[in-house]
Design a protein around this ligand. Structure first.
Ligand code: SF4
Length: 413
């Protein structure tokens, strides 16, 4: 059996846990931000609608800033106020509303899961974290815990990026915070800490603390409601961890939660010694040629050809200007030829590579891909009909383009 963890990294004093909960909750009551999903979760009497409202917010907030999400959330809830309404929407409508929010599979999965709740669970949301995770596609451990605690009052903890940072600092956890072993310990800590009578508020308070006070680069420790419980701060102020056990028991040898011996505490970093992550993998570098094909529409307005991406993979089902991935290190002449060949399939006759007008390059960073779009344009004269046997395509005006399900990268293009 693994050796028991040093108390240094745990919350083993019930009186301290009680004090921490009280301090955090009273700070939250005073300082929490007004957010539309919080208002809904607090006032909606129907449990299924409450669960749905929290679920939508949690999915939108994954990897996305609160300020960006608010407008999307309000529009979504206005358009689909219930699970039943969402279950009846088309994927195209979902993609259109989601356009610009990124990580597009989230919207698709949310809608698939809503259909499942309606068709297989009689429209009733599962009420516990365990069931939510088991029964709803796209709902992981974090989202399940958030929905269950906030909507249904289940006393279960949550661990997201903000909680990881706060807990690692509170308990001086310096081992790789993305490793499964450390993540498991953080879930244990979150489950010990969560307030039994106000679990949803407590979880939101812990996340709010990470988002507004215990921020990554310059945390506001002086204003922190749990500073007296924070071992990283204690270590910063007093130069060494106290009062729990002899630090020499922890950090040397094989404590699984201490910083590795090769990267010890760095006093110039203070509390931002924690958390620590293994170095990220470098993003994949990709280059894609894309062409803005333009024609004069029947009403005289300029129109642009957009085509639909495949229904799986990156940006699944979204629309884009005809694009083709390029091998690395191609000469410009060769890049034009590759694009001209690709365009021939769309316009139905040979396209001269020389006729493509180079516009510039657009760089867009996806989470794991460093993408460069090499942008060309081509004006077409006369009537152009795209072969309907090809994947779906349509001509759109500039306004229609912006209202379509297109990615932020394409808008940049
Ligand atoms: Fe974070 Fe500082 Fe508060 Fe500790 S005292 S939890 S490091 S803000």
């Amino acid at each position: 059996a693994p050796a028991p963890l040093p108390a240094w990294h745990l919350f083993s004093d019930p009186a301290e846990v009680e004090a921490l909960r009280g301090n955090l909750l009273s700070w939250y009551d005073r300082c929490k931000r007004d957010l539309p999903w919080r208002a809904l979760a607090a006032t909606e009497p129907d449990a299924d609608r409450r669960g749905y409202a929290v679920w939508v917010s949690e999915i939108m907030l994954q990897q996305t800033q609160v300020a960006t999400v608010i407008d999307y959330y309000n529009r979504w809830m206005q358009k689909w106020p219930t699970l039943q309404a969402l279950a009846q929407a088309s994927l195209e409508e979902v993609n259109e509303l989601w356009a610009g929010l990124g990580y597009y599979s989230r919207g698709k999965r949310l809608q698939e899961a809503a259909r499942k709740v309606v068709s297989e669970l009689a429209g009733r949301m599962p009420r516990t974290a365990e069931e939510l995770q088991k029964l709803l596609p796209g709902v992981g451990r974090y989202t399940a815990g958030a929905i269950a605690s906030i909507s249904y009052g289940q006393a279960t903890g949550v661990v997201d990026g903000n909680v990881i940072r706060v807990l690692c600092r509170l308990r001086c956890i310096g081992a790789d915070s993305s490793s499964p072993a450390v993540i498991d310990r953080l879930w244990d800590l979150a489950n010990v800490l969560v307030d039994r009578s106000r679990p949803g508020d407590f979880n939101q308070a812990l996340m709010e603390l990470g988002a507004t006070v215990c921020v990554p680069k310059a945390p506001l420790c002086g204003e922190c409601p749990v500073k007296q419980h924070c071992r990283a701060r204690c270590r910063k102020l007093f130069g060494k961890p106290s009062p729990v056990p002899d630090v020499e028991d922890c950090g040397v040898g094989d404590c699984p939660l201490c910083p590795p011996a090769t990267e010890p505490w760095d006093s110039s970093l203070g509390v931002t010694n924690f958390p620590r992550k293994a170095a990220k993998k470098a993003p994949r570098v990709m280059r894609t040629a894309t062409c803005v094909l333009e024609r004069r529409g029947c009403h005289g307005a300029l129109e642009y050809l957009i085509v639909q991406r495949p229904s799986s993979g990156l940006l699944a089902g979204l629309w884009e200007f005809p694009s083709v991935p390029l091998a690395q290190d191609l000469q410009e002449k060769k890049e034009r030829e590759v694009l001209a060949d690709h365009l021939q399939a769309w316009v139905g006759w040979p396209v001269a590579a020389k006729g493509l007008c180079f516009i510039g390059e657009v760089i867009h960073i996806f989470s794991h891909i460093h993408q460069t779009y090499v942008v060309y344009s081509l004006s077409l004269d006369g009537d152009v009909t795209v072969d309907p046997a090809l994947s779906p395509s349509r001509w759109v005006t500039k306004d229609e383009f912006h209202a379509s399900a297109v990615s932020t990268a394409m808008k940049k293009v």
